[in-house]
Design a binder for this molecule. Sequence first.
Ligand code: SF4
Length: 338
Amino acid sequence: MQVRLDIKDLARYPFLKESQQYVGTQSESLDQFLAGSQGGLALGKAADRVNLAITFRRSKDEGEKRPEVPADDIHVKLEIFSYGLARVLVSCMKDRTLIDRLARYEARRAAQFLADEDPDKKAYVAESLGMDLNEARMPLVAYVDLVAPLRDERWRLVNRSVHSGSVLLRGDDEQREIDELLAERIRVVLLRQLPLQVPPSVCEQVRPITEHLNATYQQQMLRDLGPIDEGRYPPCISALITAVTEGKNLTHPGRFAMTAFLHTIGMSSTQIVELYCRAPDFDLQTTMYQVGHITGGGGTEYSPPSCATMQTNGICIGKNALCSRVSSPLGYYRRKKE
Ligand code: SF4
């Protein structure tokens, strides 16, 4: 399908190959671009983009502001560049949860533009992401793959009609379902492209910005999670804490999971080290070093593992009903609050 895309379309849908080609024709090397005045402005916009991703809420707010594309070409161009630079920033920050937030934010932003888009352009964007909007059905395998992370019960296969290897979209709500699936498809495609392989020299160049974003991100996480509440710990983390306080040694993945989890929900490094002091092999210097390394002392702050990783490492212990609705111990902790 051929459609005419103007520069504002490239800013609305910066993940399209045409947007990437546009960036390729406009810029010199990344370091040179960043060192110039336009690079500085685009970087500022990229930081704004990551900040919006940090404060972004999954559920739509009533008063959620719709995104806009600037009126003049210079700012539209900076907007297109800021998309790529935001991906550079989160790639340098090496935090999977933040990468996930950026993909969600970008998907929602694009979906808001698509909601009012010309049908041909909308179909073109969908086609470029491997979706055919002319069909009110999806191949079964593609459907199952796409809806797996969606929580709403209506996406479950038992609640759908399946014919000849395809899942039918609901006739009475077809347009809304197409929009939601398209947004999810954008998120999945963007997520698969991240993190980017960014040269260390570039990460060093943007370090003042990533450090600032990291501080904002930590504050936001703590605000989202609220005060520490042991009653909300997932069974696996409770089991690890019980084991260590009963004087048992934890495996390396167990130590990593417990430390990263407790740090993420706001426990201080000193409190975490104190938990380990009953372990038979406790050594203060080694434990302080290990906890410091996981919590960002070495320049990288690690996120707690997913349930899949916990299972692989044999530390998914005490699964309960809520576990089937989350994909990570941190997700469990959040859901428990809800
Ligand atoms: S399913 Fe996830 S949250 Fe539940 S016990 Fe296993 S690792 Fe922990």
